[in-house]
Design a protein around this ligand. Sequence first.
Ligand code: ADP
Ligand code: MG
Length: 385
Amino acid sequence: MKLDATDLRYVTSEEFRVLTATEMGSKNHEVVPSSLIAQIAGLKNGGVNKILGSLAKRNLIAKVRNAKYDGYRLTYGGYDYLAIRALSKRDSMYSVGNQIGVGKESDVYVVADMEGNEMAMKIHRLGRISFRTIKQNRDYMGKRKSASWMYMSRLAAQKEWAFMQVLHEHGFPVPRPVDHARHCILMGFVDAYPLRQITDVPSPGKLYSQLMDLIVRFAHAGLIHGDFNEFNILIKRDSGEPVVIDFPQMVSTSHVNAEWYFNRDVECIRTFFRRRFRYESVLYPRFRSTLDEGDENGENFKLDVVVAASGFGNKEQQILSEYMLDVQGDAGAAEDEEMEEESDEEEEEENSESDGEVPNDKTHDGVRVHPHPPIPSSNTLHRCN
Ligand code: ADP
Ligand code: MG
């Protein structure tokens, strides 16, 4: 989705009031009646219609014809505007540049502050693709069916923000958190290539150990990344050091399926190194012994508990993970088919593998961990590529 930064500056204060009123009204109305918008904004009905028209023309809101009444809903453009305005009012950012990343559930832009210092802005977009597939009777949907893309995107941003802060404070190689608002996160720009794009490294063995050490460090701190793969590991251009991004799916090591998530992270790295660099090591971390080591060394400082106490608590965690399970559960069937096709091609590349310890959930030809955890759990199900 394109962000029009120039347009952002030309919203009058009345238009802003009407936009904010539409956002507020959408908390309990799928389609917000114009009269309610006028009431919240404190404007006369007549006056509000013109403003609604001009906001709709710029795609900040959209007119919806309902069986019972006509009204408006906030669009992604409108929600982006409100978040970006909040960030620029606080002088956290000033301008929006090129888009650098587009994922299934986010857009990432280079942005800058007044002094021209570059940052990355990640806009969470849950529900962009698969929202239709969500079960309508989920508790978290409640009355807010139409607003839930907004709510879910905001929750994902909140979670990412909470984790980025805690990890950064504890010296993990993650981007520097700058600010956040609604569904947007501002963070330090990392001048790097995703590992996915790297064809050659000076020492695959060294990088492999660095990445496995990171998985171990996360676990000693009570955490599992949950999507630790070549897309979410950036390799700095100057130093070749890895930086880890993308935290909305992180889980605690006390999660019921923690071992499964841990093994999947480890397996993603092993598989990638085997295919890309033809590098294979007999050394890789095991869940139980990693946790025991952490306890023995007194390193277990329980960041999962710190994050839970920081405002992104269990309730939010549960709501977000139920959503993610629903979405990815539905997407799962298609992905499984895709994976079948891929694995045929890969078979030639793969050497048959005989690990001493084959996790239960790993296929016996040793190719990959199954994309779904053994029992339904409260977390996302990203596949390992
Ligand atoms: P998604 O959840 O959509 O996978 P990511 O957080 O993984 O989003 O970001 C998507 C892409 O955006 C990354 O692969 C990377 O290329 C780019 N990116 C994200 N954060 C930064 C950052 N702080 N600095 C530079 N590039 C980034
Ligand atoms: Mg990612």
